[in-house]
Design a protein around this ligand. Sequence first.
Ligand code: OAD
Length: 229
Amino acid sequence: MAGKIVVLTGAGISAESGLGTFRDEGGLWAQHRIEDVATPEGFARDPALVHRFYNARRIQAAEALPNAAHEALARLQRDWPGEVVIVTQNVDGLHEKAGATAIHMHGELSSALCYRCGHRWPSPPEMAPGEPCPACHARAGRPDIVWFGEMPYHMDEIADHLQTCDLFASIGTSGQVYPAAGFVQEAAYAGARTIELNLSDSEISRAFEDHRVGPASRVVPQWVAELLA
Ligand code: OAD
């Protein structure tokens, strides 16, 4: 049966591309304080520190290659007879490098945002405090990343997709950050089947009907092959 599939991805799908996750042992949030590098208050206090953090991640992401899981999702999006919507919390651009399109609810490293006028432009590889906005010329450029305390992007569009999907899959996310952690419930209320693909149980595993446990590069291609068979 062809239907609409919504796939939510998190840092775990990019782990095997060499990009660190946030909450696994030794992850980014063990090395950096969230309040210093991922809040508007942290940016106001020390923009140079925040830019250094995202510059390093931007360089790493630019060098990273998609893995078999990103490629399998791109294949699913191309070959599934219904609609496949990928919603990602990741800011790395690996879905696009694999040939897929994705809704970036937490922003993108490749984009810069003016906090004065809201204009967006392609980020330079390295940003610095006082980055000028090409539209209003205010020295108000920041990474186009959704920080804690800010509203994730595209929430209305995502809610529409969740309410109309037949299958909801969550891949490589710990289920600790809302609103993404609540998507499984929204999809289930709307009547969708739900499946979680993760290296281990997450905070919200019990909310899913079906589970595939293992590294994304193995379990995602298997799952996609079953769907397309
Ligand atoms: P986390 O670091 O919280 O969780 C990563 C998840 O991936 C965990 O559940 C791991 O078990 C799983 N995982 C690790 N390696 C894997 C692999 N090879 N294959 C499959 N799964 C694997 O990352 P997120 O859930 O994405 O937000 O974090 C959500 C948000 O919190 C991020 O978007 C970020 C962060 O703070 C912002 O920065 C706004």
